[in-house]
Design a protein around this ligand. Structure first.
Ligand code: G
Ligand code: G
Ligand code: MN
Ligand code: NA
Length: 251
C-alpha cells in the first residue's frame, strides 16, 4: 500500500521516464527501440519495473501509468518524425492484460496517437501469449481496429506461454519475439530458437530475438534466418538522448 502511494505520488511528480533499448537488423542498423519504464525515485534513485510493476498491476494503477507510457511513446514517435535519421524507427510498447481488457483500449491508443500526431505505423504494441487468451475474439477485434490504423503487434516472450498454434494463425500479429531464455541458452535450445524463426516465416510474420548478450548468439541466430535483434550485446535500455546519439553516430 505504501508502494502504491509512492507510485501515485511519483506519477503526480513526473518521476517516471521511458528508457529505450535499441533493436537492430541483420546489417547492424538500428531499426527501432523497445520502450521500458523507469522510475527516478527521490530517495531510492533509478528503480526498474521489477520492483513496482506487480503492485502497479494489482492496484489497477497500471491503467493511468500505462496511459502515460502510451502518451509519452507517441510523443517520442512524433518527434522522431522530424529527422531523417529517426523517421523510420519503430517504437515497441509493452501492454499489460489489464490495459488490453479495457473496453475503451482502442480509443485510448487512438487518442494518444491523435494528441501527439504520431504516425501509427511507427507504433508496435507488445502483447504476451497469456493475455491473448482471456477473450480471443475481443482481442482480435481490438487488434484489427488498431491494425486498420497502421498499429502493429508483437508477441513478447514467445515460447514461454501456452498459445496454441491455431490461435497464432488467427491473431493479426506482425512479429514474434523469441524469449530471452531460448537465446541465452542457445547451446541447449538451438532447436527452439530455430523453430520459432521458421514458424514466424511460415506464418508471414517478422521475428526478433531478445536478450542477445554475445556475438556468438547473434551469429547463430543470423544463421537461422533471424532478422532482428535486441539485447545487452547491442545496447542496454538507455535514456532517450543516449539512444538518439547512438542513432546519429551509428554506434
Ligand atoms: O527492463 P526491464 O527491467 O525493463 O523490464 C521488466 C519488466 O517490466 C518486463 O517484463 C517489461 O515487459 C515490463 N515493463 C517495462 N516497461 C513497461 C511498460 O511500460 N508497461 C508494462 N506493462 N510493462 C513494462
Ligand atoms: O518482458 P519483456 O521482454 O518486455 O522484458 C524485457 C526485459 O529484459 C527488461 O527487463 C530488459 O531490461 C531485459 N533485457 C533486455 N535485454 C537483455 C539482455 O540482453 N539480457 C538480459 N538478461 N536481460 C535483458
Ligand atoms: Mn517486452
Ligand atoms: Na520479452
Amino acid at each position: 500500500a505504501e508502494l502504491a502511494n509512492d507510485v501515485r505520488k511519483g506519477m503526480t511528480n513526473k518521476e517516471f521516464v521511458l528508457f529505450f533499448q535499441p533493436q537492430i537488423d541483420t546489417n547492424l542498423n538500428i531499426i527501432g527501440a523497445e520502450a521500458l519504464i523507469r522510475w527516478y525515485h527521490p530517495t531510492r534513485g533509478l528503480v526498474t519495473p521489477g520492483h513496482f510493476i506487480d503492485v502497479v498491476e494489482e492496484t489497477g494503477l497500471i491503467l493511468p501509468l500505462g496511459q502515460w507510457v502510451l502518451d509519452r511513446a507517441c510523443q517520442v514517435i512524433a518527434q522522431w518524425e522530424n529527422a531523417s535519421s529517426t523517421k523510420n524507427l519503430t517504437l515497441s510498447v509493452n501492454i499489460s492484460a489489464r490495459q488490453l481488457m479495457q473496453s475503451d483500449f482502442v480509443e485510448q491508443v487512438m487518442a494518444s496517437l491523435k494528441r501527439s500526431g504520431a504516425n501509427p505505423q511507427r507504433l508496435k504494441l507488445e502483447l504476451t501469449e497469456s493475455m491473448l487468451l482471456n477473450d480471443v475474439q475481443d482481442t482480435i477485434l481490438k487488434m484489427n481496429l488498431l491494425g486498420d490504423q497502421g498499429v502493429s503487434f508483437s508477441l513478447d516472450d514467445f515460447g514461454t506461454g501456452y498459445s496454441s498454434l491455431s490461435y497464432l494463425r488467427q491473431l493479426p500479429l506482425e512479429q514474434l519475439k523469441i524469449d530471452q531464455s531460448f537465446v541465452q541458452d542457445l547451446e541447449n535450445q538451438t532447436t527452439i530458437a530455430q523453430t520459432i524463426v521458421t514458424l514466424a516465416k511460415g506464418l508471414d510474420m517478422s521475428v526478433i530475438a531478445e536478450g542477445v548478450e554475445t556475438e556468438e548468439q547473434y551469429r547463430a541466430l543470423a544463421l537461422y534466418g533471424c532478422e532482428a535483434y535486441q539485447g545487452f550485446y547491442f545496447g542496454r535500455p538507455m535514456p532517450l538522448n543516449d539512444f538518439l546519439a547512438r542513432v546519429e553516430h551509428h554506434l
